[in-house]
Design a protein around this ligand. Structure first.
Ligand SMILES: Cc1cc2nc3c(=O)[nH]c(=O)nc-3n(C[C@H](O)[C@H](O)[C@H](O)COP(=O)(O)OP(=O)(O)OC[C@H]3O[C@@H](n4cnc5c(N)ncnc54)[C@H](O)[C@@H]3O)c2cc1C
Length: 396
């Protein structure tokens, strides 16, 4: 089997490349290359540039500001953006709540929120997980009780990434406790400046504030900020815009990491460190084979979906393999420059005075690798993906 880009697709790739070569700010690309403190301002600046070109939300329908690209084109776009070291846009806005608003929102909600997401003027976080509800998300306990034109919300969310700089949170709440648990959930859009909301930080291994706990005490949320019907929030939460679910393979990210490993090995060798050992070469070859297999599988499934084919357990397969491969890339990177890496992210050091001790590419290897541990947990853990594959593919 030979999978390659058609002439038209290759032209599309070249257009993207020249756009990135002229429009991606070099200071931002430099930070992304080293995984060094890319913040909200950088991501917002890049989002606005893409939005100006009409490319901020490739997955949205054209009438809402999307591109109308096929899945293969979107894949090519992702790969090129990563290759050029562009930052990743906010997935909460573009991949989660944006598509949900398009699909389930009222006209007023679409007008109010979509343009502000496209231009990075409104930032979101995801209030799904709770201390007693993770993989079994439908067990959530945060309640929303009707009071006139408002809901009164009480409860606690946890692992809420980015809540510290988000403006709004999309949130699952229980509106009926007497029915089957999935049937009593509603989907609310909550302004984080509302009285009664407290946000407390949770820190990751690398010292960075990766998550938060969000406490909701008698928070008034207007009923007009509910997305979809009352008690149908589970359907909203589980839905992403159609084929969006297939864009989870992390092929683009893995390709970028593989390029980084090669760069690092080359630089270390040039510095006289003997990293190009037989063992490391063998691991590099294994990673490349896994990467090729992942990309070919992903392209095959995307082509089939572009042709209107059904989607089954494929997203679980891609998520599992893609996230595991990122972690395998980290391991090799760690092995190659382990003598230089710092345990903490230097940008997160409390004294702000912790200098790197080695070459710049080693500075954030540990931090990145700790961050990536979450890839096999967030968005459905690997065990949960195995369960889905076992059930849907193997019929177990
Ligand atoms: C980096 C990161 C970012 C996150 N960001 C957010 C966010 O922004 N918003 C948000 O709401 N949540 C977020 N989460 C939370 C994430 O969704 C949960 O961690 C995840 O759903 C797992 O839930 P849990 O942590 O409660 O673990 P649990 O569900 O308690 O699972 C514990 C262990 O048991 C295993 N397990 C659970 N059920 C089964 C089963 N049926 N079969 C086999 N094994 C099972 C799991 O795989 C896991 O190993 C984030 C998590 C991470 C790691």
């Amino acid at each position: 089997m030979r999978i390659s880009l058609s002439d038209q697709q290759a032209q599309f790739r070249d257009d993207i490349r020249s756009f990135l070569a002229t429009e991606l700010p070099t200071d931002i690309a430099g930070k992304v290359r080293l995984n060094r403190g890319v913040g909200k301002e950088d991501v917002a600046r890049w989002t606005k540039i893409l939005n100006h070109r009409g490319w901020a939300a490739p997955g949205w329908p054209e009438e809402h500001g999307g591109t109308g690209w096929s899945l293969i084109q979107r894949h090519v776009f992702d790969v090129e953006c990563r290759r050029a070291q562009a930052p990743v846009l906010s997935g909460f806005g573009f991949n989660m709540v944006g598509p949900a608003i398009i699909k389930y929102g009222s006209e007023a909600q679409r007008k109010r929120f979509l343009p502000r997401i496209l231009n990075a003027d409104l930032w979101w976080c995801q209030g799904y997980s709770e201390p007693e509800a993770g993989s079994d998300l439908a067990a959530l306990l945060t309640t929303a009780v009707r009071s006139g034109d408002d809901y009164i919300v009480n409860g606690q969310k946890i692992w809420t990434s980015g809540a510290e700089f988000a403006d709004w949170m999309f949130c699952l709440v229980r509106t009926d406790g007497k029915v089957q648990k999935q049937k009593g959930i509603s989907f609310l859009l909550i302004d984080l400046t509302s009285p009664g909301i407290t946000i407390e930080p949770l820190y990751a291994f690398n010292g960075k504030r990766l998550w938060n706990q969000v406490f909701l005490d008698d928070v008034r949320v207007p009923v007009v900020n509910r997305l979809g019907e009352e008690n149908r929030g589970w359907t909203v939460a589980k839905s992403l815009l159609g084929d969006e679910r297939l864009m989870v393979s992390r092929v683009a990210e893995n390709k970028r990491m593989f390029g980084l490993i090669r760069e690092v090995l080359g630089a270390e060798t040039a510095n006289g460190v003997d990293v190009e050992t037989q063992a490391i070469r063998g691991k590099l070859a294994e990673l490349e084979i896994r990467l090729c297999a992942l990309e070919m599988t992903s392209l095959r499934l995307l082509s089939a979906a572009d042709g209107g084919g059904p989607i089954g357990a494929e997203p679980s397969m891609l998520k599992l393999k893609g996230s595991e491969l990122v972690q395998a890339m980290d391991e090799l990177l760690f092995e190659a420059v382990g003598h230089w890496v710092l345990p903490l992210d230097v940008t997160a050091a409390a004294d702000g005075n912790r200098a790197a001790v080695g070459p710049d590419y080693a500075e954030f290897v540990a931090s990145g690798s700790y961050h990536h541990r979450g890839y096999t947990i967030a968005g459905g853990s690997s065990e949960v993906q195995h369960n889905i594959i076992a059930k849907q593919v193997l019929g177990l």
